[in-house]
Design a protein around this ligand. Structure first.
Ligand code: NAD
Ligand code: MG
Length: 384
């Protein structure tokens, strides 16, 4: 029996995780569930899944959450400190499924406490990769990747010393074949309608710009300790091959599976064992063909921006990710166009001086400076 805490329980990854937990009552017991603002949904999930604790990050929602949970036996908590403290409470596994840099503090708290973290929240690792891997090394905590490409690599990775290259696949997103002119006019509704995966709004837009793949290169660098020049991307529209490891002898090992996040989540939940899932089985005869192509960095400049940030290191990945969060938020609110997202990120990076980051305080400062700069570039573009 594993005890599990789910950070970001009301999201897409949270829902898939709770689905698997509910199907396996003999394997898992829920300790805590958390959410950002949706106290109603959080209370409902805590009750149906029998969690002991429910934490709402937005402090002003405490009373409402506590009232919704009265008589249920679930303890209500609220605020950033309660979130980090709950993440550090002893369990066998913390599923880190908050979106954005907001997930950094609780995820880091879990790692510092020595708890195994099943990580979906890539932005936390991107803004503070060195701090997170160092914390894990100090406490002996493991990070198990949930992100499908990284979970794929994790499954086929023997020894980093023997690899030539790691390749992450990308579906290419909903605008894979669109021209720049066509992309200039796409709506948020079109951007979040991903062809293969059902995901939260932010990562859906990131998949459409290919920023997601760029963020994933940075994520892979931290997770597997591989130099940037040995990390590559291949566009694979069918999303059935999730990641490939090429070894020095020329062998290539790939992981395949249906495009359903419950597969990598189940792998992380059950690891080092495996458990059955209710997903549709992969049928290659029905799939028919598998296509691969080079990504187009002219139509998808966000990928090149992320690659440059990875190569530069220091504060660049954190600034890139923070600016991207602001720009994606503004696009989803209809304030800027789709192509403005990468433009705002580029302008933000150009405006900020490169600097090393070695403390959480420095990460927070870079994050805040990048958000402030990105907001001003968004405002400038929104006025046009
Ligand atoms: P989502 O938007 O569906 O859910 C996000 C969760 O985070 C919600 O529970 C929300 O309440 C919580 N949250 C948001 N802001 C918060 C804040 N300020 N403080 C505390 N909690 C907050 O997102 P998602 O699609 O489930 O993605 C979650 C993470 O997993 C992201 O980092 C994403 O990149 C990654 N990921 C998602 C998928 C997927 O299929 N959805 C696949 C790979 C990786
Ligand atoms: Mg992914």
């Amino acid at each position: 029996m594993k005890t599990v805490t789910v950070l970001g329980a009301t999201g897409s990854i949270g829902a898939s995780t709770l689905d698997l937990v509910a199907r396996n009552p003999d394997r898992f017991r829920l300790h805590a569930v958390t959410a950002g603002r949706d106290w109603e949904r959080l209370a409902e999930l805590a009750r149906t899944h029998g969690a002991r604790v429910a934490v709402i990050a937005e402090e002003s929602h405490y009373e409402r959450l506590a009232e919704a949970l009265s008589g249920s036996g679930v303890e209500a908590r609220a605020g950033a400190a309660a979130l980090a403290q709950t993440a550090a409470e002893p369990v066998d596994l913390v599923v880190a499924a908050i979106v954005g840099a907001a997930g950094l503090a609780p995820t880091l708290a879990a790692l510092e406490a020595g708890t195994t973290v099943a990580l979906a929240n890539k932005e936390a690792l991107i803004c503070a990769g060195e701090l997170m891997t160092a914390a894990a090394a100090r406490s002996g905590a493991r990070i198990l990747p949930i992100d499908s490409e990284h979970n794929a690599i994790f499954q086929v990775l023997e020894d980093v010393e023997r690899i030539a290259r790691i390749v992450l696949t990308a579906s290419g997103g909903p605008f894979r074949t669109l021209s720049l002119n066509e992309m200039a006019r796409v709506t948020p509704e079109q951007a979040v309608r991903h062809p293969n995966w059902s995901m939260g709004a932010k990562i859906s837009v990131d998949s459409a710009t290919l920023m997601n793949k760029g963020l994933e290169l940075i994520e892979a660098h931290h997770l597997f300790g591989v130099a940037p020049d040995r990390l590559g991307v291949l566009v694979h529209p069918q999303s059935l091959v999730h990641g490939l490891v090429e070894y020095v002898d020329g062998s290539v090992l790939a992981q395949m599976g249906p495009a359903d996040m419950r597969v990598p989540i189940a792998h992380a939940l059950a690891w080092p064992e495996r458990m059955p899932t209710p997903v549709d089985r992969l049928c290659l005869a029905t799939a028919g063909r598998l296509d691969f192509e080079e990504p187009d960095r002219t139509r998808f400049p966000a990928l090149a921006l992320a690659e440059a940030a990875l190569a530069a290191g220091g504060c660049r990945p954190c600034a890139l990710s923070a600016a991207n969060e602001v720009a994606v938020g503004a696009f989803l609110e209809g304030r800027i166009g789709f192509l403005d997202i990468a433009a705002v990120v580029e302008e933000t990076l150009a405006a900020l001086p490169p600097a090393p980051v070695s403390t959480l305080q420095e990460v927070a400062e870079v994050d805040a400076a990048a958000r402030a700069a990105a907001r001003s570039f968004v405002a400038h573009r929104a006025r046009r």
